[in-house]
Design a binder for this molecule. Structure first.
Ligand code: 4FV
Length: 246
């Protein structure tokens, strides 16, 4: 997977591309990241990348030219690359989108700043628009990092032997079950005995019930979309009986 990131703050990515799972994937060459500084494509002595909005109003808008030229500088893998603008007006990013995007060879991410980008950037450059959530960031860079991290975990070889992403939250549409590690007792709180039993079937059932319980309590909206087995339906019915009318 190759990410090309168009930004006026390339240095905001350095640490994330050296540390953790994403950093290791970059070191292993499984994930390639190219940072393109939009300011290098700005004209004038001050290389301005923003200007005042036509029609008045607060704040500044990113100029279309430097973004357009920066994008033209990227060598695209034909038929295998997708240009994405990060903005609050985009489709909300989730695990399903991450799987869809992980199938591309090259993802080009455009990070807005200020009040956003000139609308003609959308008309001339953008193939997809994504939002990481209904809140306003000061720039698209944090959103680009979120998306690069979530997609990279799905690339074969990125998650070492220590785990697979198949048990992650949302993989099967449910929230993940509670996790425990040593010590057996912490702050007078004991690890659930079933997890110490060595009975893998009992452990599987307990974890599934905990996932369903947590999802029912915290994100009942997810249950509508989740792929539930007949066994899940039995557990869920029991949970609903126990928790009483909502
Ligand atoms: C955002 C989001 C976001 C809006 C104006 C950057 C900011 C500024 N991007 N998901 N939420 N972007 O708030 O992706 O340009």
């Amino acid at each position: 997977m190759r990410f090309d990131v168009l930004t006026i703050f390339p240095e905001m990515f350095s640490a994330n591309l050296q540390e953790g799972i994403l950093g290791r994937a970059v070191k292993k060459g499984i994930v390639k990241v190219r940072l393109v500084n939009i300011r290098n494509f700005a004209r004038g002595a001050h290389k301005t990348t923003d200007d005042r909005p036509y029609g008045g109003g607060d704040g500044m808008v990113m100029k279309p030219g430097p973004i357009y030229q920066a994008l033209k500088s990227v060598d695209r893998i034909s038929g295998q690359s997708l240009v994405i603008l990060l903005s609050p007006q985009g489709q909300t990013f989730n695990q399903k989108t991450a799987w869809e995007l992980a199938r591309w060879e090259q993802i080009i991410l455009i990070c807005g700043r200020y009040e956003g980008v000139d609308e003609r950037v959308r008309l001339t450059c953008i193939e997809k628009e994504l939002s990481i959530g209904d809140y306003i960031l000061s720039g698209g860079e944090p959103a680009a990092l979120v998306i690069m991290d979530a997609i990279s975990r799905l690339i074969p070889g990125v998650l070492g032997g220590e785990r697979s992403n198949l048990e992650d939250s949302f993989e099967d549409g449910l929230l993940e079950y509670p996790q425990y590690t040593r010590p057996k007792v912490f702050q007078c709180e004991e690890v659930p005995p079933v997890l110490l039993s060595g009975d893998h079937e009992k452990i599987r059932l307990w974890r599934r019930a905990e996932s369903l319980k947590r999802t029912l309590e915290r994100r009942p909206d997810l249950l509508q979309k989740a792929q539930l087995t007949p066994e899940d339906e039995v557990i869920l019915a029991k949970l609903k009986r126990e928790s009483g009318p909502r």
